[in-house]
Design a protein around this ligand. Structure first.
Ligand code: 6CS
Length: 355
C-alpha cells in the first residue's frame, strides 16, 4: 500500500493539539463587562481531513486555506492534517467536538453514528442522476438550515456539504444483480444505515475504518468495498480488485464542519470571510472532483487488470426498488427531523430538475 497510516504519530499530535488550542476571544460584550482583548493580528487554524494528500478533501482544504489567507491579507493561516496524521474519521470528529480542532471533514458514512440525520446521504437513489442538480441541492440554504440544530446538538457547526463523486462497487466480479451481492462481504463505512442499505441487496456488509480497507482486501477479510473512483485509485484498492461496477446509486457526500465552541467565539468578520469563501468554492470543488474521478479512472484502466462496468437502466431499477425500504429505517433512526430532511432533498431534486 502506497500510504501507511501513522496512527501512533497521530496520538502524539492529538495530545499536542489538545494542549495548544487557539480559540478566539468572545465577541459579544455585556455593557458593564470589560472590553474583550483585541483580536490577535494573525491566527492559525487546524483543518483535519479524512483523506490523504492528493484527495478531493485535500484539494478543498488547500484552496480554502489559500482563499482565506488572501481574503484576510495574510491574517488567517490554515494548517492541514491529512488522514493518518491524527486518527480515524470518528476520532477527528471527537477532537472537533471537544474544541481541540477548529475544522474538519466529517463524512455522513461515519458521522451518522453521532448525527443520525446525516445518514440521509448514505441512502441510495435519493439524489439525482445528474451531479449538477446534486451540487445545487447540496449547497441550498434551505437544506443547510435543517442540519443546523442536529450539528449544534453535537457541538459542531455545519459549513459545507460537498459531493466527491459517484460511489462505485469494487470486487472480484461485476456486481450487476442482487444475486451477485448474495453473501458478498462488502466493506462499508461505520454508520449502521449503510449496513441496512447493503443488507437490502442480500450482501454481507462489513463496517471498518478507511485505513483498514486495503489490508482487509489483501487478507481476504472482505470481498469488496464501495468508494468514489479517485479514492479507489489513491488508496490502491483497485490493485486487489478485478472489477469496478458503477450503478450511480449514490454520490459520496462529505461535510465540512467546525467546532461549535470555536465558531461561536469567532468575530462576525471572520465568520463572514469563512462563509463567503465556502460559497465561492461550490462550483470550483465540483469541477475538481469530476476531473479527479475522470483522471483516476484512466490511471486504473491504464494499469490494466481492472475492468469498469456500468449498469444499464434496467439493472439500476432493481437496486432502486430494493433500496426504498431502507428509507423507513432511516426515518426510524433520524425521527421527524430526518423525515423533513429526506422530503426536502427529494423536493429540491425535483425543483432543480424543473419537474
Ligand atoms: O470510505 C471511507 O471511509 C472514506 N472514503 C472517502 C472517499 N473519504 C473519507 C471516508 O472516510
Amino acid at each position: 500500500m502506497k500510504h501507511i497510516m501513522r496512527l501512533t504519530t497521530g496520538l502524539f499530535l492529538v495530545l499536542i493539539l489538545t494542549l495548544v488550542g487557539c480559540a478566539e476571544p468572545e465577541d459579544d460584550t455585556a455593557v458593564d463587562e470589560p472590553a474583550p482583548p483585541p483580536e490577535p493580528e494573525s491566527v492559525t487554524w487546524r483543518f483535519a481531513l479524512e483523506e490523504i494528500e492528493g484527495s478531493v478533501q485535500d484539494a478543498y482544504a488547500q484552496e480554502f486555506a489559500r482563499r482565506l489567507n488572501e481574503r484576510s491579507d495574510g491574517r488567517i493561516n490554515i494548517e492541514i492534517y491529512p488522514y493518518g496524521a491524527i486518527g480515524t474519521s470518528s476520532q477527528i470528529t471527537e477532537m472537533m467536538q471537544s474544541g481541540a480542532l477548529e475544522l474538519a471533514f466529517a463524512s455522513p458514512g461515519h458521522l451518522a453514528d453521532a448525527i443520525p440525520e446525516v445518514g440521509v446521504f448514505t441512502l441510495h437513489f435519493v439524489l439525482s442522476d445528474d451531479s449538477e442538480i446534486n451540487r445545487q441541492v447540496l449547497s441550498d440554504p434551505r437544506l443547510h438550515e435543517l442540519f443546523h440544530a442536529p450539528y449544534r446538538d453535537e457541538d459542531l457547526e455545519l459549513l459545507a456539504i460537498v459531493q466527491e463523486g459517484w460511489m462505485v462497487w469494487s470486487g472480484d466480479k461485476p456486481l450487476r444483480t442482487p444475486e451477485d451481492f448474495e453473501d458478498f462481504r462488502i466493506r462499508t463505512m461505520t454508520s449502521p444505515i449503510l449496513v441496512s442499505s447493503y443488507e437490502a441487496y442480500g450482501a454481507n456488509p462489513t463496517p471498518m475504518p478507511y485505513a483498514e480497507v486495503y489490508s482487509g482486501l489483501q487478507l481476504g477479510q472482505i470481498d469488496g468495498q464501495v468508494n468514489p473512483i479517485f479514492a479507489i485509485e489513491e488508496m490502491s484498492f483497485y490493485e486487489e480488485q478485478d472489477y469496478l461496477t458503477s450503478g450511480r446509486h449514490a454520490q459520496f457526500v462529505a461535510t465540512v464542519a467546525a467546532s461549535r465552541q470555536w465558531w461561536d467565539g469567532l468575530s462576525d468578520e471572520k465568520r463572514e470571510m469563512i462563509e463567503q469563501t465556502r460559497d465561492e468554492m461550490v462550483e470550483w470543488i465540483d469541477r475538481e472532483q469530476i476531473r479527479y474521478n475522470e483522471e483516476r479512472l484512466q490511471v486504473i484502466l491504464d494499469a490494466g487488470g481492472t475492468e469498469f462496468v456500468e449498469l444499464t437502466d434496467e439493472e439500476r431499477e432493481v437496486f432502486r426498488e430494493l433500496s426504498m425500504g431502507v428509507r423507513d429505517i432511516y426515518v426510524d433512526q433520524a425521527g421527524e427531523r430526518g423525515q423533513e430532511i429526506l422530503e426536502t432533498i427529494l423536493d429540491l431534486v425535483e425543483e432543480y430538475a424543473g419537474e
